[in-house]
Design a protein around this ligand. Structure first.
Ligand code: SAM
Length: 226
């Protein structure tokens, strides 16, 4: 891709970030999103729409989440330098890249994905964008990723029927998790494990995500594109 595309994508990305700023996204998340080339995480047919604030089809009935949704989840998580993060639902790898920017080179994102082709394409996208602090696993993230637990933060990017207990158990004391819950009507929840070990769950508001499919997720095969 030539210089013209680079300039054009950078300009569109700056315009998107400016719109997110008006919506109250924090400076640190805006900075992270300024650094992540979203056009490298979408299929080439959607490249020209990469900086429109909308989910896009990434194949296999799945989507890359809308930028405002990524920003909201990252702000709720309050990611810090050095954090160890679990993502459930790597999809395109974009959300993992934004989180990787926020936690820096001393942190790590472990991301799980249940569709083998998306494991392959997310790894390629992450490599093309130059991130070394992300590892993608082919696994059922509804059971978490016990081999690297406990986590400072957990970000679930597919909607669960209820909050999976293995994920709560894999949160460190002082840890935070964001997770959409519901089927036709979904809400985003922020789950925190306080310093005394108490788990507190707060509802943030209505959202639309593809379903979490797995042992602690839904058991049906998903509809094509939501
Ligand atoms: N974070 C993604 C991104 O930035 O492109 C968006 C992901 S998409 C909204 C949700 C993803 O969750 C899909 O790729 C889907 O295959 C995956 N998924 C659904 N159930 C899963 C499970 N049990 N374990 C891991 N991934 C799952």
């Amino acid at each position: 891709m030539g210089e013209w595309y680079f300039v054009e994508f950078s300009k569109k990305r700056a315009e998107l970030v400016a719109r997110l700023k008006v919506r109250g996204v924090s400076e640190k998340v805006l900075r992270a999103m300024t650094n992540v080339p979203r056009h490298l995480f979408v299929p080439s047919v959607h490249m020209s729409s990469a900086y429109v604030d909308t989910p896009l089809n990434i194949g296999h009935g799945q989507t890359i989440s809308a930028p405002h949704m990524v920003a909201i989840m990252c702000d709720l998580l309050d990611l810090q330098e050095g954090h160890k993060v679990l993502e459930v639902g790597a999809g395109s790898g974009y959300n993992a890249a934004v989180m990787a920017e926020l936690i820096g080179n001393t942190g790590i994102v472990y991301s799980t994905e249940r569709i083998p082709e998306l494991v392959g394409s997310s790894k390629n996208n992450i490599k093309a964008a130059g991130y070394r602090n992300i590892e993608v696993f082919l696994s059922d993230g509804s059971i978490g990723l016990p081999e690297h637990a406990p986590y400072d933060r957990i970000c679930v990017t597919a909607s669960a029927p209820s909050i999976p207990q293995p994920l709560v158990q894999q949160l460190k004391t002082g840890g935070r998790m964001v997770i959409p819950v519901g089927d036709m009507f979904q809400s985003l929840y922020l789950v925190t494990r306080d310093s005394d070990g108490t788990v507190v769950t707060k509802e943030w508001g209505g959202v639309v995500f593809v379903p979490l499919i797995g042992k602690h997720g839904f058991h049906f095969e998903q509809k094509p594109y939501r």
